[in-house]
Design a protein around this ligand. Sequence first.
Ligand SMILES: [Zn+2]
Length: 384
Amino acid sequence: MAPQTHFRSLPLRAAGVQATKASPSDVRRMNRSLIFNLLFPSTSRSRAELSRITGLSRVAVSDVVNGMIDERLIRENGHETNANGKGKRATLLAIDPMHLHVIAIDLSQEHLVEGCVCDLTGTPQTHLRVALDEGEHVDTQTVVHLIGSLREGLPPEVEVIGIGIAVPGVVSDGLIRESTMLGWRDVDLGSAVASRFGMPVTVMNDTLGETFTERFFGQAGPNLMFVKIDRGIAAATLIDDVPALGEHDAGGEIGHVSIDPMHGPECPCGKRGCLETLISAPAMRARMEGLDEDGRRSVKASAGATFATAMSMPVGLLDVSDICVYGPPDVIDDVFVEAAQATLDAATLSSFHSRTVIRRCRCGADITLRGTAVATVLRHLERA
Ligand SMILES: [Zn+2]
């Protein structure tokens, strides 16, 4: 079973798309995704309401819904309240969180591999963590063992329908092309895990997973630049809910784009002035060490201004009005964000360009796991 990694759109939000020459199974998959979308993550709707919103006939909705109930994707969940208390009240449908689950694995953290079992709404049910010793690296066995342990603890009524793995680095066509953080190049982790567990595996970039979480559970709309500033710096961009992955699926790998190639600090990659040497969390912490509060504020404000300068050109190119920054609170705080906003305003404001807002991500714990889990659920829906 080949791992799947391409996310050309987010079906959850891509409602209303009609293919002109779709086969019956394509139509069935699309309608299934459409209805799942309208119930995700925790909305209850009647068949009549689904018919009204989708434009599908009552018969067609019932057909799709009954299939989804049989598959245990959704369930009947009570009845509509009826103001006058008379007549037959419609049955409500909701996503079934009880039966089908996915396993999500996060390889993006330092010295830690974390996994969880999530229900179809992307809500983690159980976590397991494997701590790595200094100098110890993640390998396939670590991942396989963690997934095995997560499965072992599950009650018999729970069925795992897929595994999602979030990896820091470039993932393309199922392969981990390059992960500097893990020291991997051209690693086919997905196939190894898929053959071991006999189920589909979705390998994806960690920042893209986090972007999905911000989109599905945070405050983002369909157009977003999401930037993670931590050990490294990485970004993901949604344009009309389509991730901009680029020619080599490396879109968002901005950490080693230099913004001061002649005079910036030397970078392990061989260049000078890479964004990571200037505003990654370790770089900022090193510059703040030993300084008083004013000194620390000044370092963070300067880093915020550098960040905004770097982001001003993609903002102009793409006209995205929402930049969400995710990072540890000791460096990515109000001082950083306010300085970044002031610099971005000075760089981009114009009569035709509305204000682009830079804000901190509030999704918190499990941000990588939840988005990866939802992506895995979406892959399941796309399959016949
Ligand atoms: Zn570099």
